[in-house]
Each structure stands twice: as structure tokens, then as C-alpha cells.
Design a protein around this ligand. Structure first.
Ligand code: ADP
Ligand code: MG
Length: 375
């Protein structure tokens, strides 16, 4: 494709923090950016040149966005795939509506991962009561096929009877039932694939979750280089197999020393925030480059890093005391400017860089404790 060059307009669907960092990366490079997000005050909207405050399926707003922009991407996997298809009839859209539709439905997602020949844990799609008769999948985790995130739309179930009850509470929507696995570690790969098919994978991140939400990411992941290479190869195969264009986050479980694909996100990933400070080109710069048909940037890790998420739980009646984080020269603080701090809501993060990975982790955990984040 002919590269899209600054000062062209780019669009992004979704106004959260991932959109915010896309907007910043694009504007730094001289592009102008429009955000579509129904919320009037969104983190990305505040940094964009234009903000369309309309629903994601608003045809008038989509038409206007298509008239203004040379290309559109997404930061949010639950945008209606039809909206991306509508835009794609008019302008460049990456990732494609089809890739986003695959990633936003766990049934389609797991089938696609298997078709490409990558390993997934034992599971079954469940759409009717008879589908729960799978003794091999208990104890299990029941997950809604659509609209789940940060552990929402999931239930841990011990037995078939409990699973059926949980499914009824979910109003019998299509789900996947997964066997609950004994996770040694969780790791993620972030892959960028350009319009020319060039594929680059960032260093592996190791992720610790708390209540189903990412808490701490450490890079490089503490896994063997053979396993890290395999995970990065799997991520690249997934992106190529899907003919994906853009940035794709791939979550893996490590079970019994082997990798299983957990899920993918058709956008930059929370565990890749570290790339803004620790890599030659960030995942957001890669997103701009892939969208615009430019050669991808250099994904090299320049320093080990640990990232800590700052959730709304931390905000009481007053603002958390940022003094200690800001006093640490090796820490980089990001606050997203969200107006209300609900528990579990991602409000900010910080990343600590240190040539010694153990010290990066230790410093980050000490700052995390000073802020009052408990395990
Ligand atoms: P999402 O991130 O979309 O909420 P995930 O499928 O990634 O959904 O699940 C969130 C977290 O729950 C995972 O990162 C992992 O810690 C835990 N989890 C999910 N599935 C399983 C499983 N089958 N066995 C054990 N733990 C799981
Ligand atoms: Mg996940």
C-alpha cells in the first residue's frame, strides 16, 4: 500500500488509555487524530484533535469519521465488527473487522487458534445444557463468549450442577467452559504485523493478576529462552495465520512447562505499556506504523522493566500520594485523567527501568507497597 504520511488524519475507536497512548504516538509523529467514544470526557478524547462523542454504531458519526480520516484503528475489542466493516468500505481499517470479530468471541477465537495449529487448554463451547456434561472439565472456569474483560463475565465452578447454575445467572448466553489449570506463570507476547506482512514481536512479559485484573508485568519474563522464543514464534504465527495487520496482544498460560494460548486482544495490550519506556519503538508507535503502511519500528528491549497497574481501589477520598513514585528517578508515572475512580478501574500505571531485572521488580514492588496497594 502507499504509505499514509503526516499530517493525515487517523481515527481510533475507543477513548481509553490504550487509545490515549495511540493518540500521543500518532500526534508526536505529526498525524492528526480523531477519537470516537460515546463518553464525553475520555482519556484519548482529551488528547485528540477531534472527539466524536457518539455510540460505536452511529452511522452518521462513522460516516463523518470516514470522511475525515485516511485510516482507522481500534483500541477496544468490543466495537461492533459491523462498524469496522462499514468504515472499511470507505477507508483503510486495521485490524480488519474479521480479525476483531474473531478476537471478540471466545468460541471463534479458540477455534481460530486451533486451526492455526497452536495449543489451547481443554475447553468446550457451551450453548445448551447438554454441553455441560464434560466431567473432564471440572473444576472449571465458565466464561461468556463475548464482552468479558478483567475477569468479568467469568465464574469458577466446581461441578456440572454449579456450572449450569452459573450459566443460568449469565442468562444462558453462549460461553466457553475451560478446565481450571494450575498456572505456573502467565506470559504475554505483543506482536506487530505490518501491511507488508513484516512481523515483529516484543520481548515476553510475565504477568501477575489480582482478582482477574493485570497487576504487575515484568520484562523479560522469567522463563527459559527456548520457551520465550517459542511463545514469540507462536504469536507471529497467529498474526500471520489471521492475516492480521496492526498490534495483537497474545496471552499465554505456562502449564507443566508448556505454553497454552489463553486469549488474544486485537489491539495494544496492558502488559505492553512498558514498551513506551523500555523499547526502541513502543507498541503504540507500531500501531501507527502498521496502520499507515509504514515499515515497523525497532522492537528491541533497551532495558529490563517492571510495570504496576494503578486501579481505582487506590483512590479514597483523596488523591494517592504520588510523591514516592515521582521521587524515584527510574520510575515513569502515567495517570490517565479519568474523572471517577471506581474499584478495579484502570486509572494509571508506572514503569520502573533497571539494568538489573530483579532490582526493577524490587523497586516497583516497594513503590507499589508505599502507595498502599496490598497483595
Ligand atoms: P479476561 O482477561 O478477558 O478477563 P482471561 O481469560 O484472560 O479473561 O482470564 C483472566 C484471568 O483469569 C487469567 O489471566 C488467569 O489468571 C485466570 N484464568 C482464566 N482462565 C483460567 C483457567 N482456565 N485456569 C486457571 N486460571 C484461569
Ligand atoms: Mg486476559
Amino acid at each position: 500500500m502507499t504509505p499514509i504520511l503526516p499530517p493525515a488524519w487517523l481515527g481510533v475507536l475507543g477513548g481509553g488509555q490504550l487509545g490515549l497512548f495511540f493518540v500521543v504516538a500518532a500526534r508526536q509523529m505529526g498525524y492528526r487524530v480523531a477519537v470516537l467514544d460515546p463518553e464525553r470526557d475520555s482519556p484519548a478524547g482529551a488528547f485528540a484533535n477531534r472527539h466524536f462523542a457518539a455510540p460505536y454504531d452511529d452511522r452518521v458519526a462513522l460516516q463523518e469519521l470516514a470522511g475525515l480520516c485516511a485510516a482507522v484503528t481500534t483500541e477496544f475489542e468490543n466495537v461492533p465488527a459491523e462498524s469496522l466493516a462499514f468504515l472499511a468500505e470507505r477507508i483503510r481499517v486495521a485490524p480488519s473487522a474479521q480479525c476483531v470479530a474473531t478476537a471478540q468471541d471466545r468460541i471463534r477465537e479458540k477455534a481460530a487458534v486451533r486451526t492455526i495449529g497452536l495449543p489451547v487448554g481443554p475447553y468446550a463451547p457451551v450453548e445448551r445444557e447438554a454441553d455441560f456434561a464434560r466431567a473432564d472439565l471440572y473444576p472449571g472456569v465458565l466464561k461468556t463468549a463475548r464482552f468479558g474483560y478483567d475477569g468479568k463475565g467469568q465464574a469458577r465452578v466446581e461441578s456440572q450442577a454449579e456450572a449450569v447454575r452459573a450459566w443460568e445467572a449469565m442468562r444462558r448466553v453462549p460461553c466457553v467452559l475451560e478446565k481450571r489449570l494450575d498456572l505456573e506463570r502467565e506470559v504475554s507476547a505483543i506482536v506487530a504485523r505490518g501491511a507488508d506482512g513484516d512481523t515483529r514481536v516484543f520481548s515476553m512479559a510475565e504477568n501477575r493478576h489480582r482478582h482477574g485484573i493485570l497487576d504487575v508485568s515484568t520484562v523479560p519474563a522469567r522463563i527459559s529462552s527456548a520457551l520465550a522464543d517459542e511463545a514469540r514464534t507462536f504469536a507471529a504465527r497467529l498474526a500471520s495465520g489471521l492475516s492480521y495487520e496492526g498490534v495483537l496482544g497474545v496471552e499465554f498460560f505456562v502449564v507443566g512447562g508448556r505454553l497454552l494460548v489463553n486469549e488474544m486482544a486485537p489491539r495494544p495490550h496492558n502488559s505492553g505499556h512498558y514498551t513506551m519506556d523500555a523499547c526502541a519503538a513502543s507498541q503504540y508507535a507500531q500501531q501507527v506504523r502498521a496502520l499507515c503502511g509504514l515499515p515497523l519500528g525497532d522492537e528491541r528491549l533497551l532495558s529490563p522493566a517492571t510495570m504496576v497497574n494503578l486501579l481505582g481501589d487506590l483512590w479514597g477520598s483523596t488523591e494517592p500520594a504520588w510523591r514516592d513514585v515521582l521521587a524515584e528517578a527510574r520510575a515513569h508515572l502515567y495517570l490517565y485523567g479519568k474523572s471517577s475512580a471506581r474499584p478495579g478501574r484502570k486509572m494509571g500505571h508506572f514503569t520502573v527501568l533497571d539494568a538489573d531485572p530483579a532490582r526493577a521488580l524490587e523497586t516497583a514492588l516497594a513503590l507499589r507497597a508505599k502507595l498502599g496497594i496490598r497483595d
